[in-house]
Design a protein around this ligand. Sequence first.
Ligand SMILES: [Zn+2]
Length: 145
Amino acid sequence: MSIIAKYESTCTRCGEPIIIGDKINWNASESSASHVKCPKDPLKKKRAGERFVSIGDSISKTGEMPPGKNTPEGERVLFVRVNTRYHWCYIGTDWIWYIIDNNRDGDDWGRSNVLGKEIQGIGWKVPYNEKLAQEIRDIANILNA
Ligand SMILES: [Zn+2]
């Protein structure tokens, strides 16, 4: 790492002061200066969305899909549109749910195993774990920011 030059500027994304020329803070691929890991980074939401998709994918593969019409306990966290479907989670004391909407004309509503207040879906649940719950909350904070 070599330091090219050092002078102060402001990040074009968040407006915070930064030192330009310090390779740690300067994204040289951009014509204007911004933090490499800026809290207002638009890519941060994209990455968080992708992470959420991968978490959902994992829950749908490792979790159980309880039969019947379930009403998950706990707090609904995240409600995001990914591709063409809405996805959301419930974080309860015993379970974490991941649900994809199955609510449209043309959907087989008989497949829905989760009934929500406004929307029904197909859901999977895994036993509550602190690390996963925190990660989902962190993603929610980024996506809702
Ligand atoms: Zn910034």
